[in-house]
Write a protein that binds this ligand. Structure first.
Ligand code: AMP
Length: 482
């Protein structure tokens, strides 16, 4: 017997409509390039995103067309996150930190027709414009307010569009957004997120075990909106009505801390290097920034060192660790302590928090070794293979990458990890594993090092001998990574 429920599509226009009607007064705060603050709200955002959809349709946007964006984190970019897909297009966020020739190659590979760009980023555009012939370039007056000749003005496009936009028919499996992997291994590869994946991922973001966020939160995405859609936060915050604070290009520690205190941020998200710099600022000027309540700092991209978690705790910044990839929209695993760990010794608790956490609902993970699946024993390592409704099933137009998926439909992440009997994933330092395997050829097992530390140079005396004393001093406070 079939269920008697409606077959209701999971698409972004439903999220946009809800935000406009249920959360019209919830603020969206944007930091301008000159550090001044601009405020709008979901009600205004709703009208403008719909006007953008209408304007793009007038310009000739067809279903499935790619619209590139080269923008900082601010309310205009959020409008594009909804305006483009709600018009049936696919928003392709370009990574402005790549080399000009890479940006051009990626835009060509994606087949981008239009470009939305911040005025302050036009100098970047000048460097790659010859290699990426967009049909139309629409400039967002985010910085100085004036748009040079030869470009379309975003504000004029919105002003000329009416309020009577009607959404096209959108299938939940249609593409809505597109990101290219950062390309640390080989060429950049494009991932196309479907409406369905983004909606389900937004539900997951709200869960206590993931970001644990709702309309009672103020969220600061430090991760750029061109890196895995700022971890899906623009979609999730709009669905949940969370107040957004968007930092623009101002992501130095003092600006971050100023926003966190001044805007009463409850959740901040970024890679460990951001929080290392924030910690330094806090330790240098203790007492300068006072938080009303502890802030949840969601951290991923690389593993935050245990020491960072411990030291930020002292200032009321509580790191929550997650692991993911561009290919997984990006949430794969997230973590923290379980209730039965409440009374564990402090040190053991930090070790748990430094792990990458357990798979989110509907994300399935297995660890593969040449001889088969690894046990979840917390010791045996294997490559993480992953599947789920927001995990990519292929790359955009890259048949040569088919080997990244197994014959039975799992995605090979390339990350090596262990898992324990409660599902906690711990990414193992691949370099250390490889070094150990190399040394094992010439040394007995008990002779193999337990840990590796990489240095630029070993301190030496004037005659070139190792300075053991200096080494001992340098590593006096060295701790085992968990
Ligand atoms: P990207 O697609 O640029 O987001 O990069 C994804 C890669 O970043 C993953 O395959 C991991 O190698 C790494 N990564 C992401 N989160 C973590 C984490 N919490 N700990 C360690 N590595 C991570």
């Amino acid at each position: 017997m079939r269920g008697t429920m409606m077959d209701f599509p999971l698409t972004l226009p439903t999220i946009l409509e809800r935000a406009g009607k249920i959360f019209p007064r919830v603020e969206i705060v944007s930091c301008k390039p000159d550090s001044s603050i601009a405020r709008t709200c979901y009600g205004e955002f709703y009208r403008r995103a719909r006007r953008l959809a209408a304007g793009l349709t007038k310009l000739g946007l067809q279903p499935g067309d790619r619209v590139a964006s080269m923008m900082w984190n601010h309310s205009g970019h959020l409008e594009a996150f909804f305006g483009v897909p709600c018009a049936g297009g696919i928003l392709h966020t370009l990574n402005l930190r790549l080399h000009a020739h890479e940006i051009a190659a990626i835009a060509r590979h994606a087949g981008d027709r239009f470009l939305l760009i911040d005025d302050v980023l036009l100098p970047v555009y000048e460097k790659f414009r010859a290699g990426a012939p967009f049909e139309k370039v629409i400039v967002v007056p985010y910085g100085c307010g004036s748009v040079p000749d030869g470009f379309l003005n975003y504000e004029e496009l919105l002003a000329e569009a009416g309020d009577d936009f009607r959404y096209p028919q959108i299938d939940e499996n249609d593409g809505a957004a597109m990101c290219f992997t950062s390309g640390t291994t080989g060429h950049s590869k494009g991932v196309v997120y479907s409406h369905r994946a983004l909606v389900l991922h937004s539900f997951a973001c709200g869960l206590g075990e993931v970001f644990g966020m709702s309309q009672f939160d103020t969220v600061l995405p430090v991760a750029p909106m061109f890196h895995a859609n700022a971890w899906g936060l623009p979609f999730a915050c709009t669905m949940l009505g969370a107040r957004l604070v968007l930092p623009g290009p101002n992501v130095d520690p003092e600006s971050m801390l100023g926003l966190m205190v001044g805007e009463r941020v409850t959740i901040a998200c970024g890679v460990p290097t951001v929080w290392i710099a924030v910690l330094e600022a806090l330790e240098k000027k203790p007492g300068r920034w006072k938080f009303d309540a502890p802030i949840r700092v969601v951290c991923g991209g690389t593993a935050p060192p245990l020491e960072l978690i411990r030291r930020l705790d002292r200032f009321g910044l509580q790191i929550k660790h997650l692991w993911g990839m561009t290919e997984t929209t990006p949430i794969g695993t997230s973590g923290g302590l379980r209730p039965h760990m409440r009374d564990w010794p402090e040190e053991k608790k930090y070790e748990v928090r430094a792990k990458q956490g357990w798979p989110a609902p509907f994300v399935e993970v297995r660890l593969m070794r040449p001889e088969g699946e690894a046990l979840w024993d917390g010791v045996t390592s294997g490559e993480i293979e992953i599947r789920g409704p927001w995990v990519a099933a292929s790359y955009h137009d890259s048949p040569d990458q088919a080997h990244r998926w197994t014959a039975d439909g799992w995605f090979r992440t390339g990350d090596v990890a262990t898992m324990d009997d409660e599902g906690y994933v711990k990414i193992v330092d691949r370099t250390a594993e490889e070094l150990r395997a190399f040394l094992a050829k010439s040394f007995a097992k008990w002779q193999l090092p337990d840990a590796f530390v990489f240095l630029d140079a070993i301190p030496r005396t004037s005659v070139g001998k190792f300075k053991k004393l200096a080494l001992r001093e340098q590593f006096a406070n060295w701790k085992w990574e968990s």
